[in-house]
Write a protein that binds this ligand. Structure first.
Ligand code: SF4
Ligand code: F3S
Ligand code: FES
Length: 248
């Protein structure tokens, strides 16, 4: 069954823009990305949108639908009422390039700032051993498709460009937590998380977790454990020594 839907799509570029209204056909089983493609095919051939897989796996089609950060290809039209006006806008936290396409290079910069997995120097390939529980912990974090919806949502940077320099965002704090909890990683992740990547800015509002299309428990399984490790008194050698002496 088909019907006509009312769409409002943000059009513009870095110099500015606004919402443009469209009436567009919707067919059974379609997702919002189908409708954007229909607009390109029938009414707005120059409408810019980034996408690749149409299967929720490439992380390219992130945008905001009625103000909520979502993947365009995984948002079914059936979740909206037929007479509802559907507003599609680009992710707000990143600079607009054109229409629904934003410049997400902030995320690549943050990714590059994290030192790679660092196993002990004397451990040779083939000697790596891990418990299954440690493998499973990493696997949850590795489901990330780098859609950046969590980065877009976190209030620390959403309306605060000035915090971007000092805050890696939930996706990359999660990466640091993954490495910190990895039994074979020997790099100092705790000092770096706090002093260089802005873990202290996170006040565990969990908005990042709410929008993650992979259902990763970013806050509970990565950010809170990382905060606990940073706060662990034993981490500070002086405090640790003091606690040993005074316990006697
Ligand atoms: Fe997207 Fe989730 Fe990865 Fe964040 S953690 S970039 S929301 S998949
Ligand atoms: Fe931001 Fe997520 Fe922390 S939304 S404040 S990184 S819990
Ligand atoms: Fe790949 Fe939507 S097009 S996640």
């Amino acid at each position: 069954m088909s019907y006509k839907a009312s769409f409002r799509v943000w059009r513009g570029d870095s110099a500015g823009g606004g919402l443009q209204d469209f009436t567009v056909e919707v067919n059974e089983g379609e997702v919002v990305l189908d409708i954007i493609h229909r607009l390109q095919a029938t009414q707005a051939s120059d409408l810019a949108v980034r996408w690749n897989c149409k299967a929720g796996k490439c992380g390219s089609c992130s945008a905001e639908i009625n103000g909520r950060p979502r993947l365009l290809c995984m948002t079914r039209m059936s979740v909206f009422d037929e007479d509802e006006v559907i507003t599609v806008t680009p992710m707000r936290t990143f600079p607009v390039i054109r229409d629904l396409v934003t410049d997400v290079s902030y995320n690549y910069t943050k990714a590059r700032e994290i030192p790679a997995f660092t196993p002990p120097a004397d451990l040779k390939p083939g000697e790596y051993r891990m418990k299954q529980v440690d493998v499973e912990r990493s696997q949850e974090f590795r489901k990330c498709i780098e859609c950046y919806l969590c980065q877009n949502t976190c209030h620390v940077i959403r309306d605060h460009d000035e915090n971007k320099e000092n805050f890696a965002g939930p996706r990359y704090l999660m990466r640091i937590a993954e490495l910190e909890m990895h039994p074979l990683d020997v790099a100092d992740r705790r000092h770096a998380a706090q002093d260089e990547h802005g873990l202290g800015y996170c006040n565990i509002t969990k908005c990042c977790t709410e929008v993650c299309p992979e259902g990763i428990h970013i806050t509970d399984n990565a950010l809170i454990p990382m905060k606990e490790r940073v706060a662990d008194r034993r981490y500070d050698p002086v405090v640790w020594l003091g606690s040993k002496i005074f316990r006697r």
